[in-house]
Design a protein around this ligand. Structure first.
Ligand SMILES: [Zn+2]
Length: 343
């Protein structure tokens, strides 16, 4: 049996009431109003079809339909008033300014741990009378290798190990490259310290990087000996790592020094007893050192009979890693604030 107009009217009333109750905003309510009571609304359309009814049924149905219409209108008005007051309270709240709330603090930046380490190292050497000098990162082959007494077949000079820009220009592989530039232009006595970025063709892992920082110091004067070198490094180590730090030399080879040594400091964590930082050895290796090779002095017309000099270097990353117990070199370059904020 086909539903009667009255059944349809009941159905529409139930639907509309449900939608009005469920509406979440006054905008939802107006679309319900349009859908059922608007000019082309479903209840309005139904009223228009009243002509299909037998004439005796028309008045009753008209009354019923108008009642539904009126009831829904009342319901809509109530619900609209309700929702609107909630909405305006919400708007008021979101737009209001609570002057009693604490202010938002401005997040301050800080120096990168490498910059801070560089500053500390420079401060110590400046305190010992070293003059800070700077050289270019893009360096001539002759300063990076030739002037430093590298034998022609030294593996460090291999194109595979360095970033060559032209045959003669490369990204410096060591800050030691500055020595020749200084010796060319200054006469002894001199005490020079240089800190800067260096580059090597290295795959990046926890202990290697294509970009790293080095400090290189050298001194040339009459009567300079290994004793001056050791006392300079001992003083530096005490100021960087603590009053009771000791320095150890072990023979090593670098083309630009003779004799050459690898220098270590006594472990400042276990005081030499052995721990994970010093790999149970009690010593932490920091860099290379030695007496400047006479060939280098001669090359720059410095009287090697009269003058002697020492030179030493160390990695900045290595120094910071040892000092703060950082186990991965990549952390320095990743700009991860969770890491950087710790220092
Ligand atoms: Zn230790």
């Amino acid at each position: 049996m086909e539903p009667t107009l009255q059944d349809t009217l009941d159905q529409l009333r139930i639907e509309a009431e449900g939608k009005i109750t469920a509406a979440a905003s006054s905008a939802d309510l107006s679309s319900v109003e349009v859908e059922y009571l608007g000019r082309k609304g479903r209840i309005t359309e139904l009223l228009r079809s009243i002509g299909k009814l037998p004439s005796e049924e028309r008045p009753l149905f008209g009354q019923l339909a108008n009642k539904v219409r009126a009831d829904l209108t009342v319901l809509l008005d109530e619900r609209t008033a309700n929702l609107q007051s909630g909405e305006s309270a919400q708007a008021l709240q979101s737009e209001s300014l609570d002057v009693t709330l604490p202010g938002r603090s401005v997040r301050l930046g800080r120096r990168h741990i490498l910059s801070a380490t560089i500053d500390r190292i420079k401060k110590v050497f400046i305190g010992m009378g070293f003059q800070v000098a700077e050289g270019p990162e893009l360096e001539h082959y002759r300063y990076n290798f030739d002037a430093l007494n590298y034998p022609e077949d030294h593996p460090a000079m291999d194109a595979q190990m360095s970033f060559y820009v032209t045959k003669d220009l490369l990204m410096r592989t060591q800050t030691t490259a500055l020595q020749g530039r200084v010796m060319e232009n200054q006469a002894p006595p001199m005490r020079i310290c240089t800190v800067g970025r260096c580059f090597r063709y290295d795959a990046v892992d926890a202990t290697h990087s294509h970009t790293f920082h080095q400090v290189d110091c050298f001194a040339i004067d009459e009567g300079i000996s290994m004793a001056n070198l050791k006392s300079t490094l001992a003083q530096f180590s005490r100021e960087m790592f603590g009053e009771d730090t000791r320095v150890r030399f072990r023979p090593d080879f670098f083309p630009f020094v003779q004799p050459g040594a690898e220098w270590s400091i006594s472990c400042f964590v276990c005081k030499g007893k052995g721990c994970s930082l010093c790999k149970q050895s009690g010593w932490i290796e920091l860099g290379g050192a030695g007496m400047i090779h006479p060939n280098i002095l001669k090359r720059f017309d410095i009287d090697a009979e009269k003058y002697t000099g020492f030179a030493f270097g160390m990695g900045i990353e290595r120094t910071a890693m040892v000092q703060y117990g950082i186990d991965d070199l990549r952390l320095f370059l990743e700009n991860d604030l969770r890491f950087l904020r710790q220092f």
